[in-house]
Design a protein around this ligand. Structure first.
Ligand code: PLP
Length: 461
């Protein structure tokens, strides 16, 4: 390729044209893409900032897809990948083989996770991790001579990914309405009905609770319950005190496996190493991805209690017929190890907690300044603020106004990337900056968000 050609093809407008012609974007309105071309085209990242092809610099206030926990452009990460690629770029773990990196990473995860979640099955991302968790528990019940125990109960407004099982478990309806029929055996409960989960049958929503569904379906048909410790895509929904514990006890009562989807919450995002650590609950299986490498490589895992692995091993001599080509990818694992080292050495979990408190103060300030805002919340550096036409009566903005989307677009023009969350009638703006942010960064974010909300108010009030 000659140099002139390479130069031309890197021109922003040319890139936009090529993108429009050839790139089918994930989770994107396709018509809008075909009409207007792509939105932001980024080319560089450093710390909490990304730079687009026009050389505009933005604060990434949502760590891209809530995954760039250690920030962009870390030399050590590139070095870890390079070294590993030179030594052993890839090696399969099929047929009982292994490699030194995956062994070290599985040991590290056993050390970091709560309780005896000491065994890792590796994947390339969150959907695959959840898919694997479902298969593992269903396989377990089959070997146990209980093949009818297949049902998986998830929560409304949950997000578990886009592969067949994961999308069927997802409780954000827009995702599973994409397909004409979901996988069988997935049920959805109303979230956060703590009293119902504790067994209070007098509660009006009892039948819609996890417990209500378990009792209606018959516990002998239920394989597992899956939930995010804090719902991300569904609106940064933080469960009330006692909820996770009540679900844990319910699962224990009926011998149902509890799967925690820590794909967003894991690795410091919520101010603890894992989301469940906020309530000292230990699930039976835990799905992780995203923050495990901070997005430097594709990697995920499902962690399980060693007893579960031991029982699986005892019950059958057969092959466990489930694995991905990239399960235990040595370069991804080397990058994951370096990422976890950075999180620990730089005390990023603690920083997430402290900066989360600063973020909450900032959001409270926004509530004082802007009458359309309410219900700010954070857990570490996972936070949101909601928008209302009338916050006192809880009157929502007309959905056609796309209020959260408008505010996020105003943020974009102020060089701040945030994310609108508008499922289930909500209008929330999500904030989840890299865990390396400092107080000054948080102030800048709040300042820009305030300007964006002001501009929105000027339009609609
Ligand atoms: N689970 C949760 C809680 C998520 O937020 C996501 C992605 O956003 C997934 C699972 C799916 O992960 P992936 O996109 O890596 O397949």
């Amino acid at each position: 390729m000659n140099e002139q050609f390479v130069k031309e093809t890197r021109q922003p407008e040319y890139l936009r044209k090529l993108d429009k012609e050839h790139y089918f974007h994930p989770t994107t309105p396709l018509k809008l893409h075909q009409e207007n071309g792509p939105g932001l085209i980024i080319k560089e990242g450093k710390g909490i900032h990304v730079t687009d092809v026009y050389d505009d610099v933005y604060i990434d206030g949502v760590s891209s897809l809530w995954n760039v926990n250690i920030g962009y452009g870390r030399q050590e990460m590139a070095e870890a990948a390079k070294q590993q690629m030179m030594r052993l770029s890839y090696g399969s773990s099929f047929f009982n083989n292994s490699n030194d990196q995956v062994i070290q990473l599985s040991e590290k995860l056993a050390e970091l996770t709560p309780g005896n979640l000491d065994v890792s099955f590796f994947t390339s991302g969150g959907s695959e991790s959840n898919e694997s968790a479902f298969k593992i528990v269903r396989h377990y019940w089959k070997l146990k001579g209980r093949p009818e125990r297949t049902k998986i109960i998830a929560l409304d407004l949950s997000y578990h990914g886009v592969t067949m099982g994961a999308t069927s478990a997802t409780g954000v309806r827009e995702f599973d309405h994409m397909i004409t029929s979901s996988a069988p055996g997935f049920l959805h409960a109303k979230p956060y009905l703590t009293d119902c989960e504790k067994g209070d049958k007098s509660q009006p929503d009892y039948e819609s609770s996890i417990r209500g569904i378990v009792e209606k379906e018959g516990p002998e048909t239920v394989a597992a319950v899956i939930l995010e410790p804090i719902q991300g895509v569904g609106g940064i929904n933080i469960p009330p005190e006692g909820y996770l514990k009540a679900v844990r006890e319910l699962c224990d009562e009926y011998g149902i496996y509890m799967i925690a989807d820590e794909v967003i919450c894991g690795f410091g995002r919520t101010g603890e190493m894992f989301g469940v650590d906020n309530w000292e609950v230990v699930p039976d299986l835990m799905s992780v991805a995203k923050g495990i490498t901070s997005g430097y490589m594709q990697l995920g895992a499902v962690l399980l209690k060693s007893e579960l692995r031991d029982e699986l091993a005892e019950m059958s001599d057969d092959v466990f017929f489930h694995g991905f080509t990239y399960s235990g990818h040595p370069t991804a694992c080397a990058v994951g190890l370096k990422n976890l080292e950075i999180i620990e050495n730089e005390k990023l979990v603690q920083n997430s907690k402290h900066m989360g408190d600063e973020l909450l103060k900032g959001l409270a300030y926004l509530e004082e300044q802007h009458q359309v805002t309410a219900k700010s919340r954070t857990a570490g550096l996972l936070g949101a603020i909601e928008l209302y036409a009338d916050r006192d009566s809880g009157k929502a903005f007309d959905p056609s106004l796309h209020a959260a989307q408008q505010v996020v677009e105003e943020c974009l023009s102020r060089n701040l990337l945030l994310r609108p969350l508008s499922f289930g009638g909500m209008n929330a703006v999500a904030l989840a900056p890299p865990l390396i942010v400092n107080k000054g960064d948080i102030e800048t974010m709040i300042d820009r968000l305030s300007g964006a909300i002001k501009a929105f108010e000027n339009k609609v009030l």
